[in-house]
Every structure is written in C-alpha cells, then in structure tokens.
Design a protein around this ligand. Structure first.
Ligand SMILES: *[C@@H]1O[C@H](CO)[C@@H](O)[C@H](O)[C@H]1NC(C)=O
Ligand SMILES: *[C@@H]1O[C@H](CO)[C@@H](O)[C@H](O)[C@H]1NC(C)=O
Length: 756
C-alpha cells in the first residue's frame, strides 16, 4: 500500500511467528501410517467373508460374520477420516513470540489502548464469591495503566452475596494494587499468592506482606461467613445503598437490571492508598424475566458488551471465566503486541490464550489439561490449537481471550477502522456525567427487551442458540474476514479449576460434544458457511472438534463387537503369522506410541498418558454417545437440555480421593452404568478369548483369535480402575451398588442373547 522504504526500515515487529523445524519426521510417520491404513482397507475388502452355499446355522453365522465385518470396516473408515482431519491440524504448526519491551518503546504508556475485562459468574453456590473476587482482583492488578482498565463482573445469579464480596474487594484493592506494584507480586490473585508464593525475605517486604495478608484473611472471613449464612446482615446492608436494589429482586430469574459502578475510574477521588488511580469496577446483573429467554452466558456477554460501551468503551475486551485468575500480570501487554503490530495487527480479531488448570493431580486422572490440545512446551511440533493458528487462526474457546471490540460486535474486517491508537477514553468527552447518571442510562442496555428485533446474538456479539456459543462466535468472526492468534506463553496467563470428579469431566464433554455437533449440522457448518470466507485448512481444522460426538458410533462398535464376536467364535482380524497382521499392529501401536511421544514431549508422564487413553475411551463411549443421543432427541423435539454449570466446590473427602488419583464415581449415572457394563463385557470377552487360545491345538501365531483377544485384553487393562471400583473399593467414591447390579444384569442379558 502507500508505504515506502523508510517506513519499512522503521518497522519494528511486535511479535514474530515461527514455524516448527522438525516436521519431517512427523510427515514421514504420516506417510507410513497411510500405507498401513490402505493395507487394512485392502485386507477388509479382499477377505470379506461372503456367505457361501451352506445352510442352516452355519449360514446364519456367516451372515452375522459378514455384518460384523462390514461394521468394523465402516468404523475403520470413520477413524481414518477423523485421523485425516487431525493430521490437517498438525501438518504445519506455528508458534508465536512477543516483544513486550518494544511496545512501550514504541507507544509509551499514555498511548496504550484501554481494555474492558469481563468476568462472568452465574451461581454463588457453584462459584463461591470468594473465588470470583480473587479472579477480579487478579485482573484489576494487571501491570497496565489502571485508568485504562475497567473490570465488569456479570452476575447471572443476581446474588447480593456476590455483590457484597465485590464491594469488599473494591476496598481491598486500594491496598492490594499498590502492594502488587511495589513488590512485583506474582500471581496477583491474593488467594493464590498467599497460598503458593514463598514468604518474602527482606524486612520491608515482609512487614507489608504480613499486614496485607491480615487484611486479606479478614476479608476472607467476612465473605465466607456471609456466604455460609446465605444472606447479608442488616448492618452491612445499611453501609451501602447498592443493597437497596435487592429489595426488588424476587428471584434470580425475575428481577430488574442492577448496575453499580463500585469504582469510577474517571473520578479523581478513586485512588489507592498511594494516590494512584484505580481501575473502574462495575457490578452488573442484567434484567431477567420469566417470559424472556436469557441465553445463558452468551446473553450475559452481549449485555456486557453494550453496557461497557456506554461506560468505558475500550477497544479491546478480555473475557475470563470467574474461576480463571490471571497468573501473569503482563499478559495484557502480550496481547497488545499482537493488536498493535503495525503490519499484521490490523486483521487480528482475537488473541486466544490456552485454558490451563491448577488443580490437576500429578498424572491428571481426568485428563482435563487437554495438554495435547493446549500444549505447554514451546516448540513442540504438532498440537491442535497451534495448527489451527497456521490454518487461519484458533477457535475462540470462551475464556482467556482478548477481543477487538469491533470484530466482536459484528463488523467485517474491511469496514472496521484500522487504527486502534486513535482511541480516546470516552470519559474525556463526558467528564461531567456522574456515575449515577451512567448507571441509569446503561440500565436499558441490559434489559430483557433491548435485543428484540436487533441483530444481537445473530450477527452482532456472541451468538445465541448454541451450546458452545464461543466456538460458533469465533467462527463467525473469522468468516467476516478476521484472523485470530493463538498465544501460549511458557508461563500460563490464566489458571482455572479442573473438574475433580469423573461425572463432572464427562458431563462437561457431553455439553461440548453436543454443541459442536449442533454447529456441524447447522447452516453455519464451516465446510459450507466458510466456503470462500476462510481457508480450507481452517474449515477442516474445525472438524476435529465438531465431529467429536460422531466418534461415539464407530468407537462403541469397535469396542463392543470384537468382544461379542469372541463369545460367538467369529474372528475379525488376521492371524499373527499372516502378513496382513502387520498393518493392523503398526497402525494401532504406531498411533499409541505417537500419542505417548506427543504427551511426553509436552511434559506429561506415562501414567498421565494411560489416564488420557482411559478418559478418551470413557468420553467416546459415554459423553459423546449421550451428546449424540441428546442431539437426535432434540432434533425430534423431545428434550430441552439445561445449561449445566460445572460446580467449583467439592467436599473434603472428594478432594482427598482426587489428590490420591482415585477415580470418583460416587453417584448413580447412566454414564457409569454404560462404562461398567462395557467393562464387564470386555472382561467376559477376554475370558472367552483366552479359552479359545488355550483349549486348542493351534499355536498362538496361527490362532485367528489372538489379535482380537489382545484387543480385549488391552481394553480390560485400561478399565482396571472400574473393576477395582466394582470388586475392591469400599470408600464413598466407589461405584454405587445399584449401578453395579444394573450393569451385571445388562451384561448377562447381552451375553445370553449372543450365546444363544
Ligand atoms: C485446588 O487445590 C487446592 C490445593 O491443592 C485446594 O486447596 C483447593 O480446594 C482445590 N480446589 C478445588 C476446587 O478442588
Ligand atoms: C503461575 O505463576 C507463577 C509465578 O507467579 C509461576 O511460578 C507458575 O509457573 C505459573 N503457573 C503456570 C502453570 O505457568
């Protein structure tokens, strides 16, 4: 464009993008895998057991064998298809590096754009107010000019307890922020800091540390006792007129909009104890009425977008879940490096940080770290979000993401004004408006009726009507011509709480699976909707998660059928001595070895890998199966599944078992019944397989059942914790008896049908 050489010479990039060096081994591996897979297909077609002229029982067995064979073949075709999209994602990953020091060199503190930070909470029981305010305090304390930060807490639970906690936090921040700045405290969530960081050594620091700690502990006690009591005492209510609003709240589903500007950053009096300005802090509970659908978190986000536009109108928006505190105070600057880069910054709509967890056990029993999706090591060659990045930008995963306000509110890349630095704080124009007046004018923006007959939720803001609104929103932004960036610094920017029971982990994935499937079958399916808008590679990358649920069919078939066929004496795999056994062994063990290598390179352990394989199997046979069922039922108009918030509080003994890495069952759930039934089925199949191997003249290598028995044996091995829960464990977190009895009945019925 109009740039001449001199401009180019002055251009100092704020970030760099490197592609990975050692892709060659990976590509070789993919090549050999492809040969293996093709050989399997040839084998399946060549040796298809077509029925011959026999009659009676033999014929029936042959027909069953044919169908079993075709099913296995179709499953293998599916796995190959899915494997292919995963390869697309991993083909040419890139990684990013930022130059934060150049940022201030170039722009100076004064010219940095403002950031509006959205924290969303929905339920004071599942998400304790103390945790919420820790997150709020951690983002208020970013190392960024405080007059440019505004923090908005959206409380969909409309709870005065949360409001009270926020009020306490606003007072505490006056001490906490100067302390953080003075001693360069990390992390800046007080709870995490006081429990994790070592005590300071020098006297001055220690003196301050002790006094701040005492203040924090006092606040903690006040918030926790209010939370425990479940209500706010009269004395406290009198202190702040904000509580008067709750006189009109009849329930969390029926109330007016509540907006309280707790700290008005424009006000010269809003300063901390060192007379430095404070970030703006706003509490928002949008209006809810039973007659209007509130669209869950997407609705809350859209209200926040409008209200914040009225109050601070910063060009960059950060949104975090209330359990994800900031673990690094420089992250805002990292994100700015992408947005403010002169050459490549314009087209970037959002910068996605990975979701990292702090409550993981050593070997991550529920495999929640999604380590391979998020990945921790810097130049590991093949990881999913990184691969998305190469293909046109990662998806938006709903938390830990910096957005450009323009792209989030529906502009296409071309119409958006390109220069972020023109930004001026709104309050410079409306200095005169009081906080009360701003609250009043913003109320209407968060009302139930505001969005009627508007494009909100359809083209503007976060999309409605989808269980994974974030993925869909990110996709729509990319289809409007924007790019996105995945940034995964070594030191994690945000830390959240991982699920601590198996049920939570599975239910979370059920929702994700279903939401992704909705997108796949909607008119926004990236294959169709993204045509000519986003690159083919990105359209295919989206399929990795969009097809999660559909994996259940092939997976269930592939684990159930070989076991059942062992009972019936039907062989589905070649003998070990047969040359055709080689591709099966290579593809199966090659892929396992590869995933083990990938995880070890990302910093995992072998046990973790085993857990990962187990949870992977559990998810495919239960979470995804149920999300598929729910999706079908919903299509037929049967259910209206509610949005389930994953609880962030757990009992002490549950946590204790979690620490010991014992899988927590504890409740009755159809998912557990399926898991238990399946594991009994594998065990039964394995026993019959062994019988067929031992009581026969044939040697192992010639026996047609060897591979099948090995497969069952591996399934049994991976399910050991379930047998342990059935037969050995006696603690409260073990499988309930009702689940065990149901499963035994189901297994008996299935096996006797098969044996018959
Ligand atoms: C997370 O871990 C910490 C320390 O191990 C523990 O105190 C806390 O209760 C855990 N939180 C949850 C939600 O399990
Ligand atoms: C969180 O921040 C602390 C320093 O405050 C750092 O030591 C730790 O490694 C970070 N956690 C992660 C997971 O990066």
């Amino acid at each position: 464009m109009g740039k001449n050489h001199d401009d180019d010479r002055d251009y100092l990039p704020l970030f760099e993008t490197k592609s990975s060096k050692n892709c060659t081994q990976f590509r070789l591996f993919v090549g050999t895998m492809l040969v293996g897979i093709c050989s399997i297909f040839v084998y399946r077609l060549w040796y298809m057991p077509l029925p011959t002229k026999e009659e009676g029982v033999v014929l029936i067995i042959r027909i069953i064998r044919l169908w079993a064979w075709i099913g296995v073949f179709l499953s293998e075709l599916w796995f190959t298809l899915y494997w292919f999209v995963k390869i697309v994602v991993r083909w040419n990953p890139v990684y990013r590096h930022t130059f934060k020091d150049r940022l201030t060199l170039k722009y100076g503190e004064k010219d940095l754009p403002g950031v509006d930070i959205f924290v969303c909470t929905a339920d004071p029981k599942a998400e304790p107010p103390l945790m919420v305010v820790n997150t709020v305090l951690s983002v208020m304390a970013y190392n960024y000019p405080p007059e440019k930060l505004s923090v908005y807490l959206s409380d969909d639970g409309a709870s005065d307890l949360t409001f009270y906690a926020l009020l306490e936090a606003s007072k505490f921040s006056k001490e906490w922020l100067p302390f953080c700045n003075k001693f360069r405290v990390e992390p800046r969530s007080p709870e995490a800091y006081f429990t994790k960081a070592p005590q300071p050594l020098d006297d001055d620091h220690r003196y301050h540390w002790a006094s701040i700690k005492r203040l924090y502990e006092d606040m903690k006690i006040r918030i926790e006792s209010a939370t425990k009591a479940g209500q706010i005492s009269e004395a406290i209510r009198k202190e702040n007129k904000g509580f008067l609003e709750w006189d009109f709240v009849s329930s969390r589903r029926d109330h007016q909009t509540i907006i309280q500007i707790l700290i008005d950053g424009r006000n010269p009096k809003a300063v901390d104890i060192d007379e430095h300005p404070l970030p703006t802090l706003v509490y928002l509970a949008r209006e809810k009425r039973p007659k209007y659908h509130h669209n869950f978190k997407a609705g809350a986000m859209n209200s926040l977008i409008r209200v914040s536009a009225q109050i601070s109108d910063a060009p960059i928006i950060l949104n975090v879940d209330c359990d994800m505190y900031s673990n690094y105070s420089e992250s805002v600057r990292d994100a700015m490096c992408f947005f403010l880069d002169e050459k490549k910054g314009d087209e970037i709509a959002f910068v996605q940080f990975p979701q990292a967890f702090e409550n993981l056990t050593e070997n991550d029993i529920y495999s929640s770290s999604l380590r391979v999706i998020m990945e921790t090591m810097h130049d590991d060659p093949k990881v999913e979000l990184r691969g998305y990045d190469t293909n046109g930008g990662p998806c938006y995963i709903g938390t830990g993401c910096f957005h450009r306000r323009e792209s989030l509110s529906g502009k296409t890349y071309n119409e958006a004004s390109k220069v972020l630095l023109d930004w001026k704080r709104k309050n410079e124009d409306d200095e005169g408006i009081s906080a009360e007046a701003l609250e009043e004018t913003s109320k209407v923006l968060a009302s139930c009726t505001y969005e009627e007959n508007t494009r909100w939720g359809k083209e503007m803001g976060v999309m409605y009507g989808c269980l994974v609104e974030d993925i869909l929103t990110g996709l729509m932004i990319q289809c409007r011509g924007w790019r996105s960036v995945y940034y995964n610094p070594k030191r994690k920017a945000f830390l959240g709480a991982a699920p601590t029971t198996l049920q939570q982990a599975l239910v979370q994935h059920k929702r994700w699976g279903e939401g992704n499937l909705q997108i796949f079958f909607s008119r926004y399916c990236p294959l169709k909707h993204g045509y000519k808008k986003i690159p083919l590679g990105l359209r295919l990358s989206y399929l990795v998660s969009l097809l999660w649920s559909l994996n259940c069919l092939a997976s269930l078939y592939y684990v159930i059928m070989p076991s059942l066929c062992l009972l019936k004496g039907i062989s589905l795999f070649p003998q070990v001595s047969n040359i055709w056994a080689v591709p099966f062994l290579y593809v199966f063990f090659g892929n396992r070895a590869y995933s083990l290598g990938e995880l070890l390179m990302c910093g995992g352990t072998c046990r973790e890998w085993l857990n990962y394989q187990r949870v992977w199997l559990f998810k495919r046979t239960t979470s995804y199966f149920f999300s598929f069922l729910d999706f079908v039922l919903r299509l037929l108009g049967f259910t209206d599944a509610p949005f389930i918030i994953t609880a962030k509080v757990v009992d002490d003994d549950v946590s204790e078992r979690y620490e010991r890495e014992l899988i927590e069952f504890g409740t009755t759930s159809p998912m557990f019944t399926i898991l238990t039934t399946l594991s009994l089925l594998y065990a039964w199949g394995f026993i019959w397989g062994l019988k067929r191997l031992v009581f026969t003249e044939q040697s192992l290598v010639l026996n047609p059942f060897t591979l099948q028995t090995v497969l069952c044996g591996l399934l049994v091995f991976i399910n050991l914790p379930i047998y342990q829960a059935i037969f050995i464990r006696k603690d409260k977190g073990t499988l309930p008896n009702s689940v065990i009895y149901q499963s035994i009945m189901l297994t008996l019925v299935t096996c006797s049908i098969v044996h018959y």
